[in-house]
Design a protein around this ligand. Structure first.
Ligand SMILES: Cc1cc2nc3c(=O)[nH]c(=O)nc-3n(C[C@H](O)[C@H](O)[C@H](O)COP(=O)(O)O)c2cc1C
Length: 409
């Protein structure tokens, strides 16, 4: 039965027990104030998802450096200034028996120009013509700056542990800094951080080791990573498999597989029709990876029905399924899956029907952020809310600029 498969507990390598197989994948909340501190509304949001029955919640990406935000409204953890608020978020996220991990991120080059004019990256590689005008121009990091960023990941993880979170997840997917180091397209360094495949892998391995050194034994560490970048010259499936094995050896408690970058957004379904129909965009990759990996595996992207989720787990390819947009529309979806099994949430493109606005692209994403914001304010999402309200809301708050490539998920 679907309910039995999805409701089976899972023990992670660190001994933590996830009460079911449903993982809420990271969704940037974009509810932080201008000083990037932890808002009170974050507690309400994670309490809402906890009450909905999710087994393991991963927060939206939290930045490790206030000078390097990925999008407006990010929360940043640089030290313990928000420890009290973070404790409340952790408590709320666990109040129904599930686990909560914080996703840690540095955007590197993948940042809109209006947000950061001094973006840093492994190498100064410009974006292609479609995005070049809206994205920041980045410069290459120095060796000392790279070491500083590694330590920032560790500091943030230590603060998360103090606050009572169950673990942290390194955001190694979707073309952000960790992914930029891994990719031969964006990492053209010739020092110890680039050149060969092993050298490109040094940064994520260093981050993982630093987090392990800064946190206690039972604290969880995970990574979300691309199956592939789906970009010519980017990280391939074969190389990604080898990276995942190397990272697993650093003591990951689970690995979440996604794919794509800002320039090739495979994580949102921009892929083969057959893969989308099958619901799980990256399941084939997980199937290939499974035999060489002992660490619990999760695949995210495309799941809409209990039947497809249970089939993915029953196939033995994955241990957990990651869901994002469905729980932004219906935070009680996990409980409905666990009680009734054969239920689904449809995800439709959010279009206004007004050509020039829809052509701008990220309206869809902002529509979901709007539902997340509603939940953070103690309200219910509106699953059929007309996207025109999103468009008008954005124009009112940010003007036309906000529609430009604002973030990459
Ligand atoms: C509003 C929104 C924000 C997102 N923010 C993040 C993020 O901060 N970190 C991340 O790894 N993925 C992020 N994602 C991607 C999701 O975690 C997930 O990989 C993607 O939505 C595909 O899963 P789904 O088909 O279940 O929605 C975001 C997605 C949405 C819709």
């Amino acid at each position: 039965m679907i309910q039995d498969t999805l409701g089976a507990p899972l023990t992670l390598p660190n001994g933590q027990v996830v009460p079911n197989r449903l993982l809420k994948s990271a969704m940037s909340e974009t509810i932080g104030p201008l000083d990037n501190r932890v808002p009170e509304t974050m507690k309400t949001l994670y309490g809402r998802w906890a009450d909905g029955g999710i087994g393991l919640s991963v927060t939206g990406n939290v930045m490790i450096d206030r000078q390097a935000l990925g999008e407006p409204g990010n929360v940043a953890i640089e030290d313990d200034r928000d420890l009290d608020e973070l404790k409340l978020v952790a408590q709320a996220g666990k109040r129904a028996g599930g686990l909560i991990y914080v996703q840690l991120n540095h955007p590197g080059r993948q940042v809109p120009r209006f947000l950061n004019e001094d973006a840093v990256a492994p190498s100064a590689v410009p974006f292609g013509p479609k995005m070049a005008s809206s994205m920041a121009i980045s410069r290459a990091l120095t060796d000392a700056e790279i070491e500083d960023i590694v330590q920032r990941f560790a500091t943030a993880a230590h603060v998360c542990e103090q606050a009572g979170f169950d673990g942290v997840q390194i955001h190694g997917a979707h073309g952000y800094l960790v992914g930029q180091f891994l990719s031969p397209l964006t990492n053209q360094r010739t020092d110890r951080w680039g050149g060969t495949e092993d050298h490109r892998r040094r940064f994520p391995l260093a981050v993982a080791r630093a987090i392990r050194a800064a946190t206690g034994d039972g604290f969880g560490m995970a990574i979300k990573i691309n199956s592939a970048d789906f970009q010519r010259g980017g990280t391939s499936e074969d190389e990604s498999m080898r990276s995942i094995q190397a990272l697993a050896a650093e003591g990951m408690d689970f690995i979440e597989v996604s794919g794509g970058t800002y320039e090739a957004p495979a994580m949102m379904g921009a892929r083969k029709k057959s893969t989308v129909e099958r619901e799980a965009y990256f399941l084939e990759f997980a199937e290939k990876l499974r035999s060489s990996l002992q660490v619990p595996l999760c695949v995210t992207g495309g799941f809409r029905s209990g039947a497809a989720m249970a089939a993915a787990i029953d196939s033995g390819a994955v241990d957990m399924v990651g869901i994002a947009r469905t729980v932004a529309v219906d935070p009680d979806f996990p409980n409905r899956l666990l009680n009734d099994g054969d239920v689904r949430v449809e995800i439709v493109p959010r279009k206004t029907g007004i050509g020039p606005i829809d052509a701008i692209g990220i309206l869809d994403l902002i529509w979901y952020e709007r539902q997340i914001k509603r939940m953070s304010e103690g309200r219910d999402p509106i699953p059929d809310e007309h996207p025109i309200w999103t468009a008008l809301g954005v124009l009112k708050t940010h003007g036309f600029d906000a529609f430009r490539s604002r973030r990459a998920r």
